[in-house]
Design a protein around this ligand. Structure first.
Ligand SMILES: Cc1cc2nc3c(=O)[nH]c(=O)nc-3n(C[C@H](O)[C@H](O)[C@H](O)COP(=O)(O)OP(=O)(O)OC[C@H]3O[C@@H](n4cnc5c(N)ncnc54)[C@H](O)[C@@H]3O)c2cc1C
Length: 457
């Protein structure tokens, strides 16, 4: 049965992936509404330091989770690249290389931890005792588990620094299940170190880099998806915010227009407002999801003033106890071979703020001053930026508190089959998870609206 009318609300990568998938349904009519006047959501890039398309947000996607790789391939993106071999460090009274033999910061080998300068001897001995410790239930608290198994130093200087910077989170208040790689290790063995060691030994040898990105910036991915939707007859409308959803004779009326099914690919708070009338229980659950703000500051600095000792570094993370505002800095021109301004400048990107470290109150001057002061302290430099840009990503990182997945299961069970929620607020924050979730949601509402799952609507 064709000719169904689908609406996607939200033009981030999730909504675009949903739109692409919905158009695979023969005769489907697909509309996508985006509140602001550009598509892409949290994915954006712009000209900076004389180069086009320097990312203001996400700069790469994981290749080990196949959804984004497959999406890019489907959209015909060929000019992909990977980060250089430059390596990251952690700042704690100086820069320390991240030791090898870790799984998301958790020790999975002894050797590199004996020699690392990042941990004290006391911290190392505490971590080394991990295989001997009895198991205690973590009740889905990531931080509590890592502190209990490896001690505070490993937690604060490695696991929280790494996971916290990826998700702008404080892992003392976040869900273990939301980091499936660690959750699976915790399930598979009493000792996380032994489980990590076995996982590393038995991991299939993977070809190719762990991260990928279009050379012309991450926004190429969302633009290609929008082009695909339009080319196959879909409609994308920008500058239009959906405000109400009402039930209408087996379908839905959204701001007066009728659709057979709706994919809500907007953040949880926006989704909650839209669902208030048709699924109040789900709306209440969604309203409880909290968000963290991040400010991204891009700087260009004179390449001749960039010291030799920092060459070969891709950037550094700042552990929670050492953070003032900056949580991580990426040395963009060393991380990406193609980010090389003609005048030899170095492009740097710093992230300010996370869950529990508010930055919304900072004005532009304050954000820049903190960035420069803190980087000067961390790196022992006197940075004199020649270009500066600031992007405010407010309510950008949904916080997966312990038992987040149970909350999302309750949301799902409270939704009609022809409405699905999808995106970073629900089942994974990274681009691959968002693409997978948008596709899953599209397939779910397609099946429900066309009766392909046996439920005729
Ligand atoms: C600074 C930063 C760096 C990141 N780095 C990485 C990285 O390197 N790799 C990675 O994999 N991930 C990264 N992420 C995460 C990833 O970019 C996001 O999780 C993902 O892009 C979110 O996509 P989404 O479509 O789910 O949500 P969004 O991008 O938030 O899109 C939702 C859209 O819905 C629209 N909307 C809201 N309400 C309505 C309404 N009522 N009607 C119509 N439209 C509405 C919004 O305007 C928005 O455009 C990063 C995120 C940030 C902020």
């Amino acid at each position: 049965m064709g000719g169904r009318r689908f609406l996607v609300i939200g033009g981030g990568v999730t909504g675009l992936a949903a739109g692409v998938s919905l158009l695979d349904e023969p005769d489907a009519q697909v509309e996508l509404w985006e509140r602001v006047d550009r598509i892409g959501g949290k994915i954006a890039g712009s000209r900076f330091a004389g180069l086009d398309d320097i990312d203001e947000g996400a700069d790469a996607y994981l290749t080990r989770v196949p959804a984004a790789v497959a999406f890019a391939r489907r959209l015909g993106l060929n000019d992909l690249t990977a980060p250089t071999d430059a390596t990251a460090a952690v700042w704690h009274d100086g820069l320390h290389p991240i030791p090898g033999g870790i799984v998301l910061g958790m020790p999975a080998a002894i050797g590199p931890f004996v020699t690392t300068s990042l941990l004290s001897w006391r911290g190392k001995l505490r971590a080394a005792a991990e295989p001997l410790l009895p198991r205690r239930p973590a009740d889905d608290h990531l931080g509590a588990l890592v502190r209990q198994r490896f001690g505070d130093e490993v937690h604060e200087r490695l696991v929280d620094a790494l996971v916290g910077s990826i998700y702008a989170t404080d892992t003392d208040h976040s869900s273990l299940a939301a980091v499936p790689q660690l959750a699976q290790l915790a399930e598979s063995n009493r000792s996380l170190l032994m489980a990590g060691r076995r996982a590393r030994r038995t991991a299939p040898s993977t070809n190719g880099p762990i991260f990928a990105a279009p050379r012309s910036g991450m926004a190429t991915l969302t633009q290609a998806a929008a082009d695909d939707i339009r080319a196959r007859g879909g409609t994308i409308r920008t500058g239009i915010a959906a405000t109400t959803i009402e039930s209408d004779d087996g379908g839905w009326r959204v701001d007066g227009e009728r659709f057979d099914a709706v994919v809500l690919a907007a953040p949880a708070r926006a989704a909650a407002e839209l669902l208030t009338g048709v699924a109040p229980g789900a709306a209440d659950e969604l309203r409880a999801i909290e968000y963290a703000d991040v400010i991204m500051v891009r700087l260009a600095v004179d390449g001749t003033a960039w010291p030799e000792r920092l060459r070969g570094r891709s950037g550094y993370l700042v552990p929670k106890p050492d953070q003032r505002h900056v949580t991580a800095a990426s040395f963009g021109s060393q991380k990406w071979a193609h980010w090389q301004p003609d005048d030899g400048s170095q492009i740097l990107r710093t992230s300010l703020g996370r869950d529990g470290l508010p930055v919304r109150h900072l004005d532009d001057d304050e954000a820049v001053r903190h960035t420069i002061d803190e980087m000067n302290l961390h790196l022992g430099l006197d940075l004199q930026p020649t270009n500066i840009s600031i992007t405010r990503w407010f309510d950008a990182f949904p916080q997966y508190r312990p038992h987040h997945h149970e909350r999302i299961a309750r949301v799902e069970s409270g939704l009609p089959s022809t409405i699905a929620v999808a995106g970073a607020s629900y089942r994974g924050i990274g681009i691959p998870a968002c693409v997978a979730d948008g596709t899953r949601a599209a397939m779910g509402v397609k099946a429900a609206a066309t009766g392909a799952d046996g439920i005729l609507t």
